[in-house]
Design a protein around this ligand. Structure first.
Ligand SMILES: Nc1ncnc2c1ncn2[C@@H]1O[C@H](COP(=O)(O)OP(=O)(O)O)[C@@H](O)[C@H]1O
Ligand SMILES: NC(=O)OP(=O)(O)O
Length: 320
């Protein structure tokens, strides 16, 4: 049986057009549980990671609006809040479904810190979209009173962006491994982990949002996972995405992926980090990376859909 890291996008938990009520998030999480439970029933060891882009942006809005009444929290603490909040919702949803299906397993969320470098150039150039999608007019209205940076996000509207340094080390790795050894289903590295800077062995939070795909790739490599699944809003990665020339890809090599990236097929705030994370996992010795939507998980595992990214294509290997 395989050890599988499943990274679930924050946009799968608050979908486009939704405001992000707890009921909406619970419904989306419940839907996400089903295919994952299938893997657990098949005997695979599953580690769930998740994004927090929409959620942490919403938390920042709340904290900003309440500033005159209660102190605002820094972004790392908002990351921690969303990790706890989403971990709770996911853990409860899985536990309830397991009870319904007579699966006798424990699910636990690990509050996870990820070490980043204070010198990461990402602190100078924000790229990570968070919070709601705005129209151009709404964005311009916000910019009249707040000094924020926005980008256009894959044809879905404008979003605020914040710094997104690369994770270097998952601090709680040993705790995660200990839980897996006890056959506990682990939810970890939520929102990419809480970004912390290490100085003489001491950790301190820093204001950023780590990309959960990078954190998931790092974690998957560090715990020797057999598979890294990056689950998002599309069934397959495409070139010429969103144009009449769109071409969905069933498989691509790491070299192809990097070339397509250079050609601009994978935007920085959305598909780009997923592709880079997939390549990172392969470079660290990982074998199987699949990008797909959660409902296609089982089909993708069987190679029927999704986009599999490999170090070298099977054909190339055979021909050598
Ligand atoms: N080349 C591409 N192929 C497929 N999807 C793409 C591509 N470029 C951009 N996208 C968009 O990127 C989205 C995934 O990014 P995002 O929603 O930020 O991820 P997450 O699911 O982690 O929240 C897809 O749902 C799709 O709308
Ligand atoms: N932190 C993070 O990567 O969140 P999303 O997956 O929601 O963008």
């Amino acid at each position: 049986m395989s050890k599988i890291v499943l990274a679930i996008g924050g946009n799968a938990i608050i979908k486009e057009g939704q405001k992000g009520s707890i009921e909406e998030q619970q419904t989306n999480i419940n839907e996400s549980c089903e295919p994952v439970l299938g893997l657990i029933e098949q005997g695979h060891t599953v580690v769930i990671t998740h994004g927090n882009g929409p959620q942490v942006g919403n938390t920042l809005i709340k904290t900003k609006m309440a500033e005159s009444v209660v102190p605002a929290y820094p972004l790392d603490v908002c990351d921690a809040e969303t990790q706890g909040n989403l971990g709770y919702l996911i853990q409860q949803a899985f536990r309830n479904k397991m009870v319904e299906r007579n699966i006798n397993k424990t699910v636990a969320t690990v509050v996870t810190q990820a070490i980043v470098s204070k010198d990461d150039p990402a602190f100078e150039t924000p790229t990570k979209p968070i919070g709601p999608f705005y129209s151009k007019e709404e964005m311009e209205e916000i910019l009249k009173t707040e000094k924020l940076t926005f980008i256009e996000d894959s044809g879905r509207g404008y979003r605020r962006v914040v710094a997104s340094p690369k994770p270097i080390k998952i601090v709680e790795k040993e705790a995660i491994e200990a839980l897996l050894e006890k056959d506990i289903t682990v939810i970890t590295a939520g929102g990419g982990g809480i970004p912390v800077i290490e100085n003489n062995g001491m950790l301190k939070g820093t204001e950023a949002v780590i990309d959960k795909d990078f954190a998931s790739a790092l974690l998957a490599a560090e715990i020797n996972a057999d598979y890294l699944f990056i689950l998002t809003g599309v069934e397959q990665v495409a070139i010429h995405f969103g144009t009449p020339q769109q071409q969905n890809l069933l498989e691509m090599t790491a070299d192809d992926a990097l070339r397509y990236m250079d050609e601009g097929h994978f935007p920085k705030g959305s598909m780009g980090p997923k592709i880079e994370a997939a390549v990172l996992f392969l470079q660290k010795g990982g074998k199987n990376v699949i990008i797909t939507s959660i409902d296609k998980l089982q089909d993708a595992l069987q190679g029927k859909t999704g986009t599999r990214i490999v170090m070298q294509s099977e054909t190339a290997v055979t021909n050598n």
